[in-house]
Design a protein around this ligand. Structure first.
Ligand SMILES: [Zn+2]
Length: 108
């Protein structure tokens, strides 16, 4: 039996951290709109880094939300590919994973 309550806490905490971080990134990017030309050149590079961080955060948010949906359906902790229970050691590392280790390896 999968301890969903425990992972729900972990996932929800992680989700709100990511959302806060994305919010900060958005604000940082917005604050760069009206700057002098020279400053802009250096800030542009920083903006690209911020945007990359933002998009990887976005991907993780999508995965976490999908995991919370599976939790609501009572399917959390089971591999969406083969239906096997995902071992807790794996869920501890990647709580939002939809795959057991062998299916994840096959998809690489
Ligand atoms: Zn599997």
């Amino acid at each position: 039996m999968v301890d969903t309550a425990r992972y729900r806490d972990v996932l929800e905490k992680r989700l709100s951290e990511l959302q806060d971080r994305l919010q900060e990134i958005d604000e940082a990017l917005d604050s760069h709109q009206s700057k002098d030309w020279e400053e802009l050149a250096t800030e542009r590079e920083g903006d690209e880094v911020l945007e990359r961080m933002g998009s990887s955060g976005q991907v993780e948010i999508t995965r976490i939300k999908a995991a919370l949906d599976r939790m609501a359906e009572g399917e959390f902790g089971y591999c969406v590919s083969c239906g096997e229970e995902i071992p807790p050691e794996r869920l501890d590392l990647v709580p939002h994973t939809p795959f057991c280790r062998s299916c994840a390896d096959k998809r690489k």
